[in-house]
Design a protein around this ligand. Structure first.
Ligand SMILES: C[S@@+](CC[C@H](N)C(=O)[O-])C[C@H]1O[C@@H](n2cnc3c(N)ncnc32)[C@H](O)[C@@H]1O
Length: 296
């Protein structure tokens, strides 16, 4: 299933960024959770990894996988498979098929799966979620954690089409991501901050929440629920400055590489800009969107 699609070559910026800065994510999360966390009342907000795993939990809960025997779940933009491993450990009967456009993540992620004795449950493959090498109606659930933002345009049309095509009737999807609240021009300095954040994380543009929801409706999804979880994500944002300092300190101790490659520098700066965007609540929000493909 390790299929390389020719369209993946168009993702050079994304691939370059993740190939060069990929290992640095370990400073953020020892389990390589390449996303923000979810704070639940009663949790320790100083325990970042717990909040990152809680995001996995929230995503998986909304898939209603308990309704299936041996479900096959798609992880669209899987990174090195942190959410997939979390799911596989929680649900021994599930199989996860993860896709990423970054070759390094396929090799490293599958090695992590093997080390965690989960290689029989998880397969990470090289593919573009805008054009999946998968049969129509093959999966019992699908999710995208902070990856749908890499889709094309403000509505992520091709991503949504493939999401719909590959799900079986009655199956559910969950998307967790940062969104724009409108597509109007952003005021002054915020526009600069947004553009820098996009550049540093090798993104073109975030989805517009209204247009994305409309696209989900147009393609045929039902029971779409849009949850603004910006305040639940905020406690993990607070960990950004500490992580950047930790990263820079670790860098000082590295003797072999004198200059920091641009992608690694950008990876340290992007979350700081992301933090500023998080304060602009009129313009940006973090959402969990779920829904299902109708049975007829
Ligand atoms: C911020 S990371 C999130 C990784 C993972 N979901 C997690 O939460 O740990 C974004 C991921 O999306 C992947 N990606 C970007 N564009 C993609 C595309 N067109 N098709 C498949 N994966 C893509 C990147 O390679 C990367 O693995």
């Amino acid at each position: 299933m390790n299929t390389i699609k020719s369209r993946a070559t168009t993702h050079k910026n994304v691939i370059d960024y993740y190939e060069k800065a990929g290992l640095d994510y370990e400073v953020w999360s020892p389990n390589f959770n390449m996303h923000f966390g979810y704070y639940k009342w009663g949790m320790n907000p100083f325990n970042l990894e717990k909040m990152l795993n809680q995001m996995n939990e929230e995503v998986i809960n909304r898939l209603f996988l308990e309704e299936y025997i041996d479900p096959l779940v798609l992880d669209l933009g899987c990174g090195v498979g942190a959410t997939a491993r979390y799911l596989a450990k929680r649900n021994f009967e599930a199989t996860v098929y993860g896709v990423t456009v970054t070759p390094w993540q396929v090799v490293f992620g599958n090695r992590l799966n093997h080390n965690a004795f989960l290689a029989n449950q998880i397969d990470i493959c090289l593919a573009d979620f805008n054009d999946l090498p998968l049969a129509t109606e093959c999966s019992d659930g699908a999710y995208a954690v902070e990856s749908a933002c890499y889709g094309n345009g403000p509505a992520k049309k091709e991503f949504v089409n493939e999401l719909y095509r590959t799900l079986k009737p009655g199956a559910r999807f969950v998307v967790a991501d940062g969104f724009r609240k409108h597509s109007n021009r952003l005021p002054g300095i915020l526009d600069t901050i947004y553009k820098r954040n996009m550049k540093y994380w090798a993104l073109t543009e975030l989805a517009d929440i209204q247009l994305f929801k409309k696209e989900l409706e147009n393609v045929g999804f039902k029971n779409i629920v849009v949850e603004d979880i910006s305040w639940k994500v905020a406690p993990s944002f607070v960990h950004i400055p500490k992580t950047v300092i930790k990263f820079l300190w670790k860098r000082c101790l590295e003797k072999d590489e004198k200059t920091l490659v641009t992608e690694r520098k950008n990876n340290a700066l992007a979350p700081l800009y992301g933090m500023l965007m998080g304060l602009a609540r009129k313009h940006f929000g973090y959402y969990l969107i779920s829904g299902e493909k109708p049975t007829c």
